[in-house]
Design a protein around this ligand. Structure first.
Ligand code: NAD
Length: 356
C-alpha cells in the first residue's frame, strides 16, 4: 500500500487537485493500492497555522511514499516577509526531503499542436524529458555575494560547484528515467569553458558503463538551446545542471504553448517524489471552476510511473487524457478561438469516464 500526501495549496490548487483525486479514487476502486492523506502548504498553511510549511506537513511528507501538490501563492501573501511566503513551503519540502532530481516533461499532444508558437510539424507529438539537478550548482554554491573592491567599485559573485557524488546521483536518476522511456540520454554541459562541467562530462561517461542499454550523447548548452527550438523531437531525455536546466526546461515547456497541460516531478535518491503541475496558483481564475486540471492529473500519472513503477496505470491515465482531447473537450486555456469549452470538474469527470 502506497501512501500519498495530497497538498492542494492555494488559488486554483484545491480545484485542480480535487480532479486528480477523482482519478486516483477511481483507480483505487479498480484495485490500485494507494491511500490518501491531506495536508497544508503555502498561503493556506500560513492562514491556518502561521507558517507556509508547518512542522506537521513535513512529518506527513516524510512518512508518505509520494506527494501530490497543487500550487502555492497569491497576491495576498506578497507583503509577508520572505520566510513566511508561500513558496518557502515548496522550497522547504524540496530541501527537507532532498528532492534533487527535477523532471520536467515537455509533451505536446497532437490534438493541441496549434497551441504552440512553432510550426505544428516541428512540435506535434513532442515528448521530451528534461532532468534538472535541483539542489546544487550555482544557485547554492558558496562563496556568494556582493562586495566592494578597494577602488570602491562593487562586484557580484556566485560559485558554480558540483561534487562528483552530486553529479553521479543526478546522472543515475536520469539514466534510470531514460531506461523507462526511449533509452537515449543527452547530457548538456559547457565542458569547453567550465572545468566543473568537464568533471560533469567525465562522471556521466563513467556511470554510462552501468547503463549499456541507454545511448549517451553530450551537447553544449548553447547548442542545446538552439536545437530545442530548431528540432526538439531529436531529444528523448536531457540531463543538466541546475541553472542550465532552469532555462532549458522553461524553453521546452513553452514549445508546447499550454502551461495547463504540463506535469513535473522532483525525486530523491530512492525515487520518492513530489509531483505538481508546472504552473502556479493562477489567482486570476481561482474560484471560477475554469482551471485546466490536466497537468495535475498527468502529475498523478508521473507519480505512478516514477515513484511506484506502475507503468500500466500511468499509461491508462495518459491514454484517458488523449481520449478526452480526441473527443474535443477543452478548458478555456487550450480551446481554439471560438471553440466551446468545459469547466474544471467537467474535464476531470471526462478523464475518469475515459479511463474505461
Ligand atoms: P501562473 O502559472 O499561476 O499563471 C500564469 C497564467 O497561466 C495565468 O494567466 C493563469 O490564469 C494561467 N494558468 C496557469 N495555470 C492554469 C491552468 N491550470 N488552467 C488554466 N490557466 C492556467 O503564474 P503567475 O501568474 O506568474 O503566478 C501566480 C502565483 O502562483 C504567484 O503567487 C506565484 O508565486 C505562484 N507560482 C507558484 C508556483 C508553484 O506553486 N509551483 C509556480 C509558479 C508560480
Amino acid at each position: 500500500m502506497k501512501k500519498i500526501l495530497v497538498l492542494p495549496g492555494d488559488g486554483i490548487g484545491p480545484e485542480i487537485v480535487a480532479e486528480a483525486v477523482k482519478v486516483l479514487e477511481r483507480l483505487r476502486a479498480d484495485g490500485l493500492e494507494v491511500e490518501l492523506e491531506h495536508g497544508l502548504v503555502g498561503g493556506s498553511a500560513y492562514d491556518a497555522k502561521g507558517h507556509p510549511l508547518p512542522e506537521q506537513t513535513l512529518v506527513q511528507a516524510r512518512a508518505a511514499d509520494a506527494i501530490l501538490l497543487g500550487a502555492v501563492g497569491g497576491p495576498q501573501y506578497e507583503a509577508l516577509e520572505r520566510p513566511l511566503r508561500p513558496e518557502q513551503g515548496l522550497l522547504g519540502l524540496r530541501s527537507g526531503l532532498e528532492l534533487f532530481s527535477n523532471l520536467r516533461p515537455a509533451i505536446l499532444y497532437p490534438q493541441l499542436a496549434d497551441a504552440s508558437t512553432l510550426k505544428p510539424e516541428v512540435v506535434s507529438g513532442l515528448d521530451i524529458m528534461i532532468v534538472r539537478e535541483l539542489t546544487g550548482g550555482i544557485y547554492f554554491g558558496e562563496p556568494r555575494g556582493v562586495r566592494t573592491l578597494d577602488n570602491g567599485e562593487q562586484e557580484g559573485f556566485n560559485t558554480l560547484v558540483y561534487r562528483e557524488s552530486e553529479i553521479e546521483r543526478i546522472g543515475r536518476s536520469a539514466f534510470e528515467i531514460a531506461q523507462k522511456r526511449g533509452r537515449r540520454l543527452c547530457s548538456v554541459d559547457k565542458a569547453n569553458v567550465l572545468e566543473v562541467t568537464e568533471l560533469w562530462r567525465q562522471v556521466m561517461l563513467r556511470i554510462a558503463q552501468d547503463y549499456a542499454d541507454v545511448e549517451l550523447t553530450h551537447m553544449y548548452v548553447d547548442n542545446a538551446a538552439m536545437q530545442l527550438v530548431r528540432a526538439p523531437k531529436q531529444f528523448d531525455v536531457v540531463v543538466t545542471a541546475n541553472m542550465f536546466g532552469d532555462i532549458l526546461s522553461d524553453a521546452a515547456a513553452m514549445l508546447t504553448g499550454s502551461i495547463g497541460m504540463l506535469p513535473s516531478a522532483s525525486l530523491d535518491a530512492d525515487g520518492k517524489g513530489m509531483y505538481e503541475p508546472i504552473h502556479g496558483s493562477a489567482p486570476d481564475i481561482a474560484g471560477q471552476g475554469v482551471a485546466n486540471p490536466l497537468a495535475t492529473i498527468l502529475s498523478v500519472a508521473m507519480m505512478l510511473r516514477y515513484s511506484f513503477g506502475w507503468s500500466e496505470a500511468a499509461d491508462r491515465i495518459e491514454a484517458a487524457v488523449g481520449r478526452v482531447l480526441d473527443q474535443g473537450l477543452r478548458t478555456p486555456d487550450i480551446a481554439a478561438e471560438g471553440q466551446a469549452s468545459v469547466g474544471t470538474a467537467q474535464m476531470g469527470d471526462a478523464v475518469v469516464a475515459a479511463l474505461g
